[in-house]
Design a protein. Structure first.
Length: 217
């Protein structure tokens, strides 16, 4: 500010947070707008990227607590970035759960056990992840059948029907449905989800474990 013909600088430090610019906006924009229909390869890349992001968070013992399409940002190459950690929790040491009276989040994405008792585990995020996967596949949350998803995508692929793409659709549908299981102990861990997406494991035979090696049941 000007003072007596001189510029006086106040001795105050400000902290600024700089984030990577995400020019493609949020995932929700592409799920709600029919004119922005995404090709399967792009959807598959987004599903895989979100799962890898949640896996990384859980390895750092961070539970996001508000996973939803609005909090998934997309870069120029449609690579997803998980955003908005305002409600996130970090579990210390070997702790595998927490209880809260403050049930904050987004309805439709919050796990049943969190809504009922305020229980927070890594499987809380897995439930939200399952809802997001089904939305990416079908554009809505209500689908509960792998057959319905595969038949829908078979029609969309039409004459360009690709066996590999349909297998990817089937794997992602199975993952989405398993992730949103009512019982947290029956939801898969992220490392197994990623292997399932890549077709490295038989999804129906996955073990029920937490992401960090301790039971969350």
């Amino acid at each position: 500010m000007p003072y007596d013909g001189k510029c006086v600088l106040a001795d105050v430090r400000h902290r600024l947070l700089c984030f990577e610019y995400m020019p493609k906006g949020c995932l929700a924009d592409y799920l709600s707008d029919a004119s922005c229909r995404l090709q399967w390869t792009t959807r598959y890349q987004i599903i895989k990227g979100i799962c890898e992001g949640v896996h990384y968070l859980h390895q750092q013992r961070i539970i996001h607590m508000d996973l939803k399409p609005q909090n998934v940002l997309l870069d120029d190459n449609m690579v997803p970035r998980i955003a908005d950690f305002g409600l996130s929790r970090r579990l210390s040491g070997s702790k595998s759960r927490a209880i809260t009276d403050h049930k904050l989040g987004t309805m439709g994405y919050m796990a049943p056990e969190f809504l009922i008792s305020g229980e927070i585990t890594f499987k809380t995020d897995i439930y939200s992840l399952g809802i997001i996967v089904m939305e990416i596949l079908m554009g809505h949350k209500e689908c509960s059948s792998v057959k319905e998803v595969v038949e829908s995508w078979t029609d969309m692929f039409g004459t360009s029907n690709s066996h590999t793409s349909l297998e990817q659709v089937k794997a992602c549908a199975q993952i989405g449905i398993e992730c949103k299981n009512y019982y947290p102990g029956k939801r898969p861990a992220t490392w197994f989800i990623i292997r399932g997406i890549l077709g490295d494991v038989e999804i129906l035979n996955w073990p029920v474990t937490s992401d960090v090696g301790t039971s969350t049941e």
